[in-house]
Design a binder for this molecule. Sequence first.
Ligand code: FES
Length: 114
Amino acid sequence: MSFKACSLQDLTPGEGLRIDSVSPPIAIFLTEEGTVHAIDDTCTHQDASLAAGWVEDCRVECPLHESTFSLRTGAVDQPPAKKGVRVHTVELDGDDVLVELSQDAPNLPPGVKI
Ligand code: FES
């Protein structure tokens, strides 16, 4: 079942928004191209918020190290992170950004619990 994560007006092109009303938190991204994506906010390497990362070409770079994650598939490109993040389904209803959470188990880094 989907829930309203935020409004389109809450999002800035090229930036992420952390949503911590769900556990683990998720990050919503509005790309410069105008697409909206939702992935798990916590990097799979260490406890870093991907919403604070740098977005380019539909990928987000972790703010701590150099791994980048695809906003479309969650796949990671290179170490130190080894596992991808979950991708959540996004639907737009007018200005509402609706998210349906993935049922997969999250790939949380060591020491981070839900
Ligand atoms: S914490 Fe994200 S790559 Fe290290």
